[in-house]
Design a protein around this ligand. Structure first.
Ligand SMILES: Nc1nc2c(c(=O)[nH]1)N[C@H]1C(S)=C(S)[C@@H](COP(=O)(O)OP(=O)(O)OC[C@H]3O[C@@H](n4cnc5c(=O)[nH]c(N)nc54)[C@H](O)[C@@H]3O)O[C@H]1N2
Ligand SMILES: Nc1nc2c(c(=O)[nH]1)N[C@H]1C(S)=C(S)[C@@H](COP(=O)(O)OP(=O)(O)OC[C@H]3O[C@@H](n4cnc5c(=O)[nH]c(N)nc54)[C@H](O)[C@@H]3O)O[C@H]1N2
Ligand SMILES: [Mo]
Length: 641
């Protein structure tokens, strides 16, 4: 059977799965040009996730305090009745704007991700406007190119050089990384830490946090002032080039070198070779998740244009229109989405009385956990979580509904990296119900008659395919279909690549990417990037492979009398956690690293008890996880006796 990995991940792999004698097996679809018959280490373990004895089997209603794990098992009828009753009451008492549906990309199936919104749109409830992941970079790329959709990654083999800028592709985009490697495309990395991607690159530029904007401007300066750029292309296609040239004149390479930590010779080396090899850049989601991220992406995105590429960056991909599955047309009131990074604020203010969560585990993934948890504990709010497992979010809910997995249903999925739409057929049976099944049950209990809410999954899929001109027969036969790229122009005000960004000016920003220094109250910058064996919080409970240590530079450790393996306290204005130190030169001075979003209920804590919930107002209210500062001290055992 054809399965498709539905995780929130670049690669969106095509899987061949089999269910025999009650046992699920998976392998990569060898025919798929990106997956090529191999799965990443997490994907290969999917049967373990599917067969996990911890999967929720029965709906639950809370008996004890939030977070306490004191629940009563109830029937589906009883649970759905209660949720529907609460929905009705909330609408009557507080209006439909007091209902918030919080969903993210825990499962990216076109139906499974979108269909529940049909009900919530019908009810005129509030939705969220995404901001936790890739938002700042999207805004930045729109400023320059009018779109965040860049190169088709299948073009990578046609290039000589790819720069992984602020992305740990060997962990987060393994198939993309292997595509470059296999085709002998040269790989460089720009990162703060010596990641596994950096270790497999021919050049590594280790940069100080937040200074990418300067590094990129420095490279542009050297390229332009030495004539190492495509003059014809720039003349034809770049808006505001002369102004930009004057702007970078004012920047000194010595200053750039001092701030970024990258020697002037290395800036020249980058500039010259990037020009000679006409490099392309995969701009990571990781590095833009900070107060400086938007400006950083804006600057980095200029470099491929200088060497003559129309869209020489990789960031987002959009291939199909999925809006039919979501059904905004069911609303009778205008949508008033809540910016995602204002969740805790909205709960505190009392404006949200009913919170419906699916495909997401905010009580692991959201910044400033102490605040969010306090908000939930103190609020007069009814919380429903639909998940496969008893996550921290489920533990804080009034009703928990068991979800099934993508191995148990029919769906399709697109990718935010490549141009394929994949088929996902039901191959096995397990406990729980899909997101769309639950939607229909709730609608029925609410007495809603609208036919769109009862459309079945296959009908929705067929309609979405039809809207996008994709043949269902071809998809059924191969398991995947490539969506062709049409000839593109830049949807910017000038119709060109805007080195002088009119859109940014409209938002009150400088027309050119600008360097700003950010400082916290504590001395060490805390980065919390992705971990190899999890997808944000997923798989911690099922695979049990995590790394909760704090990585620090030998000098920072020595100053604090911390040795490798010591128990330490990490603290700041948001919270305090206890873990073990790992001393390594891979992390520069002044920076510490802890991997993101393990399960607090299993570990006792996670890094998001320390991360900042500041948001980047001018870049779509984007998250700024990496703009967190902490200090670390040796933990001393309390005296016995
Ligand atoms: N294995 C695995 N794969 C995943 C995920 C996962 O959890 N695990 N999560 C998925 C999701 S949701 C996403 S959004 C993507 C994220 O994919 P990536 O973008 O690869 O994710 P991160 O590891 O968060 O960040 C990449 C790098 O940014 C660097 N960085 C931080 N600050 C700066 C800076 O100021 N400048 C520069 N140049 N670099 C900086 C970090 O050191 C880190 O190595 O991965 C997806 N794939
Ligand atoms: N410190 C720190 N924190 C971060 C980040 C960081 O860089 N640093 N990165 C952020 C990023 S990039 C992102 S995208 C967010 C992601 O944060 P979340 O959206 O919370 O993502 P996950 O942890 O993957 O949680 C998804 C949940 O959906 C459930 N699920 C899976 N499939 C289904 C299904 O079919 N139906 C239902 N109902 N549920 C399902 C899973 O069991 C899981 O509990 O985290 C952010 N958190
Ligand atoms: Mo993400």
């Amino acid at each position: 059977m054809f399965s498709a990995c539905m995780r929130d991940c670049y690669d969106t792999c095509a899987i061949i799965s089999e269910f025999k004698n009650g046992k699920l097996t998976v392998k990569g679809n060898p025919k798929h040009p990106i997956t090529r018959g191999f799965l990443c280490p997490k994907g290969a373990l999917l049967p373990k996730w599917f067969h996990s004895p911890e999967r929720l089997k029965t709906p639950l209603i809370r008996k004890g305090k939030r977070g306490e794990n004191n629940f009563a098992e109830v029937s589906w009828e009883e649970a759905i009745k209660l949720v529907a009753k609460k929905l009705k009451e909330t609408i009557e008492k507080f209006g439909s704007e007091s209902i918030l549906v919080y969903r993210y990309a825990g499962d990216r199936g076109v139906v499974n991700y979108n269909f529940p919104l049909r009900l919530f749109h019908y009810l005129n409830a509030r939705t969220i406007e995404s901001g936790i992941c890739d938002r700042a970079g999207q805004e930045a790329l729109k400023d320059v190119y009018g779109t965040a959709v860049g190169l088709d990654p299948e073009e990578i083999p046609n290039h000589k050089l790819i720069v992984y800028w602020g992305i740990n592709a060997f962990w987060t985009n393994l198939h993309g990384f292997m595509l470059a490697k296999r085709n002998n495309v040269e790989i460089w990395t720009v990162d703060v830490i010596r990641t596994e991607t950096a270790k497999r690159s021919s050049k590594f530029f280790q940069i100080k946090p937040d200074t990418d904007v300067l590094f990129a401007l420095g490279i542009a300066k050297v390229m332009i002032e030495n004539g190492w750029y495509d003059k014809e292309f720039v003349k034809e296609n770049v808006y505001g080039f002369e102004e930009f040239k004057n702007y970078i004149k004012t920047l000194s390479l010595d200053y750039i070198s001092k701030e970024t930590g990258i020697e002037v010779e290395k800036i020249f080396e980058f500039a010259q070779e990037f020009w000679e090899k006409r490099g392309i850049i995969h701009i990571g989601y990781g590095f833009q998740r900070s107060l400086a991220g938007g400006e950083g992406v804006r600057a980095v995105s200029l470099l491929p244009a200088l060497v003559g590429h129309k869209f020489g960056f990789i960031y987002d991909m959009v291939t199909i229109d999925k809006s039919y599955a979501e059904g905004k047309f069911l609303r009778t009131e205008p949508e008033n989405p809540l910016p995602q990074m204002e969740l805790a604020e909205a709960i505190e203010s009392g404006e949200i009385k009913f919170l419906y969560i699916y495909n997401s585990n905010p009580l692991a993934s959201y910044p400033n956990q102490n605040r969010l948890r306090r908000a939930l504990e103190n609020a007069d709010i009814f919380v429903v979580t639909h998940d496969i497992f008893m996550t921290d979010t489920a533990l804080y809910s009034d009703v928990v509904l068991p979800a099934n997995t993508f191995f148990e249903r029919f769906d399709i999925v697109d990718s935010y990296y490549h141009r394929y739409v994949l088929l996902n057929e039901p191959v096995a049976k397990g406990p729980g119900k899909s997101n769309s099944e639950v939607t229909r049950l709730l609608a029925k209990e609410l007495g809603i008659n609208n036919p769109y809410i009862y459309e079945n999954d296959e009908e929705v899929v067929k309609k979405v395919l039809e809207i996008n001109g994709i043949s269902f027969e071809e998809l059924k036969e191969k398991g995947f279909v490539k969506v062709p790229q049409k000839e593109r122009v830049w949807p910017t005000p000038s119709g060109k690549i805007e080195f002088y960004s009119q859109r940014a000016v409209k938002r009150g920003l400088s027309p050119f990417p600008t360097y700003k220094k950010f400082r916290g109250k504590y001395p060490l910058r805390l980065l919390s990037p992705t971990y190899r064996m999890t997808i944000t919080s997923q798989y911690h409970n099922t695979y049990g492979i995590i790394d909760e240590k704090i990585y620090m530079n030998p000098k920072d450790a020595q100053e604090r009398k911390i040795k490798d393996g010591d128990k330490v306290i990490v603290f700041n204005e948001y919270g305090r956690v206890i873990t073990r130190a790992k001393i390594t030169e891979d992390v520069p001075r002044g920076v510490v690293v802890m991997y993101k979003a393990f399960w607090p209920s299993l570990l006792g804590w996670n890094v998001n008890f320390l991360t900042t919930d500041k948001k980047v107002e001018e870049y779509g209210k984007a998250s700024a996880f990496h703009s967190t500062w902490v200090d670390v001290t040796l933990y001393s055992e309390p005296e016995e006796g």
